[in-house]
Design a protein around this ligand. Sequence first.
Ligand SMILES: [Zn+2]
Ligand SMILES: [Zn+2]
Length: 357
Amino acid sequence: MNIPKKMKAVVLMGPSKVEVQDVETPVPGPQDVLINVQATAVCGSDVSLIAKPWEAQPPYGSFIIGHEYAGIVAAVGSTVDEFQVGDRVAVEASYGCGRCRNCRLGYYTACLNYGNRQRGHRANGFTTNGGFAQYAVNHINTVHKIPDSVEFNEAALITNLGCILYGFQTVGGYVVGDSVAVVGPGPLGLVSVGVARALCAGKIFLVGTRDSRLQMGKAMGADRLININQEDAVEVIRRETQGMGADLVIESSGATTGPQMAVEMCKRMGKVLLVGYPEEPAPVNFSMMGMRNVHIFSVRGEGWANCGRGISLLSQGRISLKPLATHSFPLGQIEEAFRTFTERIGGAIKVIVHPNA
Ligand SMILES: [Zn+2]
Ligand SMILES: [Zn+2]
């Protein structure tokens, strides 16, 4: 592949200010690959860190954002024989540092050297440059080959699937026949429904406020849609689980009322998994949690190489992320892409940017 010295990239210039610039094309290190980026998805995390910097974020004027992307290997580092030029790949954001205890155990999204470049920490699109660019460099541990049957728009969403699989792993994973309630039909909530279906859960409830999003959840595999403007979700779930509550509740709404609602709709000894987090402190009745012996878990990002497992689900047709990729834009229209995502213009769920279009 003929690699140009300069490339176009979206650089964060200040709070809520992004700019498409010509920058140096990055060069892969010995254990890296250079990826010709074909599709990069806009994520709520991007919106958040554009508005207000996250922990260990690179300085304004040098930081290329974007962590959900897929593309074609354009060059490989000096020691890399795991990948070849031309391979179609999807990436996960976090390499971690590779040397702390959490990284060694597979919990690299909770790296103990988070943001410490000296110690090798990398999380593309968070603490190192990401994928709203024509090219990106990734450590090979963060790169996964995808089959021809998986298109780039879908592959760009792999971290969403990896995150939810990591969540299911964290809560014990074995949900065959269990009732699952998902609160909040955003991208992660919809993926949660799809994963619960793929893992042969029993009855799957989806709780939300917008009928269009709830209908999308039905397409992903939800059995019972609950619009909280019309029904009391806790009451419905208790009633339709013989008064017990759901075995697993996944809170992905990020609303301050979400965690308490999750505890209330969970059965005794059941589990609550948090994947959406309110900015403000959320009131939870811990006494109720204790009396009902409910367990609460949280995950950040996609640990334990779960993105690789996600590709297995995609390639076997057990789940499809295609319906979530509702809109796409070229790199030059990055601001319009973000606006479409944040304002949900035209029913937008996930917005994809094509840096090399
Ligand atoms: Zn994301
Ligand atoms: Zn680490």
